[in-house]
Design a binder for this molecule. Structure first.
Ligand code: ADP
Length: 254
């Protein structure tokens, strides 16, 4: 047994809390994970693989924060602040923003007390420099990583991204084919008019997929080289709830 596995084997049974749990009256407590070491779950996959949907479900179920660099960058753009102005053109064109910018955003999130129990990372890391920075940030805080690669067929990705609509208020994602809102073009929860993300245009989608292939996909080898726990999940055809069950099951086995 290598040192990593024996370290895992030595960990004792622990609990993870879900919203309304042990630290709140009347809550429930779910057994898991076996480790007492907090876990950063890296949801890895191409644009349109379902990282955003899954990370929201997981964050809610595990009671740990979702850290989405894409959502944070879009929030800065909406606010029109210095970060937003600096990154706006990159997002519009489907190019990655500078590593220093996203690393700083993530570090700020990890500094918050709620992240000490772990987090779900959505859309980060996307380059080797980001992966190295993240490993350092987590190591300093005594947080372990678990990488979950959502594998999705290329044609499914194109269909998902071109049909995607989002609520500008709560961020809920819809798809005109697979997950339409009750009233076309209107958010079920907020009643707000749904928007098409500017980077969901077909030419920009192609660009985002290229950026994924050249800069992000090679990180799988990086994670392997570094001996990180890495699991692949086929997320092409199952509904989001079924994919979620698979991921949650994996996390609970750690
Ligand atoms: P998707 O995974 O569907 O591309 P995201 O919301 O994760 O959607 O990202 C949207 C855009 O935000 C990316 O195309 C890129 O411009 C920027 N972005 C998000 N996360 C990162 C990151 N970790 N590094 C660099 N750019 C990022």
């Amino acid at each position: 047994m290598d040192s990593h596995k024996s370290e895992l084997a030595n960990r004792s049974e622990a609990t993870v809390t879900v919203p309304g749990t042990s630290d709140r009256p009347g809550g429930r407590q779910i057994p898991n994970p076996k480790s007492q070491i907090p876990l950063a779950v890296i949801l890895f996959g191409s644009p349109g693989s379902g990282k955003g949907t899954q990370s929201k479900l997981l964050a809610k179920s595990l009671g740990i924060p979702q850290i989405s660099t894409g959502d944070m960058l879009r929030a800065h753009i909406r606010q029109g602040n210095a970060v937003g102005t600096a990154v706006e053109e990159k997002l519009k064109a489907g190019n990655l923003v500078k590593d220093e910018v996203v690393n700083a955003l993530v570090e700020k999130c990890l500094e918050k007390p709620d992240a000490a129990r772990g987090c779900i990372l959505d859309g980060y890391p996307r380059t080797r420099a980001q992966a190295e920075a993240l490993c350092g940030m987590l190591q300093r805080r005594g947080i372990d990583e678990l990488v979950i690669h959502l594998v999705v067929d290329y044609n499914v990705i194109i269909a998902r991204l071109t049909g995607r609509r989002q609520c500008p208020v709560c961020g809920t994602l819809y798809n005109v084919i697979s997950k339409p809102p009750k009233v076309p073009g209107v958010c079920d929860l907020e009643g707000a008019k749904l928007i098409i993300r500017e980077d969901d245009r077909e030419d920009v989608i192609r660009h985002r997929l290229e950026a994924y292939e050249t800069q992000t996909r090679p990180l799988i080898d990086y994670f392997r080289e570094k001996g990180k726990r890495l699991y692949e999940i086929d997320a092409s055809h199952d509904p989001p709830e079924a994919v979620f069950q698979k991921i949650e099951g994996l996390i609970r086995k750690q």
